[in-house]
Write a protein of this length. Sequence first.
Length: 92
Amino acid sequence: MLSKYKLGWIGLRCERANGVKLKKIGFIDIGRVNNKNGFDYIKPVVNKNDFAEKCRGLPVNGTAIWFSDAQWGKNRSITDKQWQSRIILENI
C-alpha cells in the first residue's frame, strides 16, 4: 500500500534505545500505547528504498519497519509482507 506521493515512515519497536540520539536525528517519541502497531519512535523517510540505509547504525536494540503514510493516516496495521521485510537492530 503506497500513497499517491510514495512517502513513508520508519517505525521502531525498541527493547533498548538511546532516545536523546534518536530525537537528534529526527525520530519522534510517540509511546507504544498511542498507536496500533506498537511503535516507540517514528521518522518520516522519502522512499521505501531508503529504509535500510536510514536504519544503519541507529542506537537501538529492536525492530525497524517501513510503512506508508497512507497506513499511518488511516491507522492501519502492518501487513505480513512488511513484517517479513523488517530489520532487526542490535546496536546498543
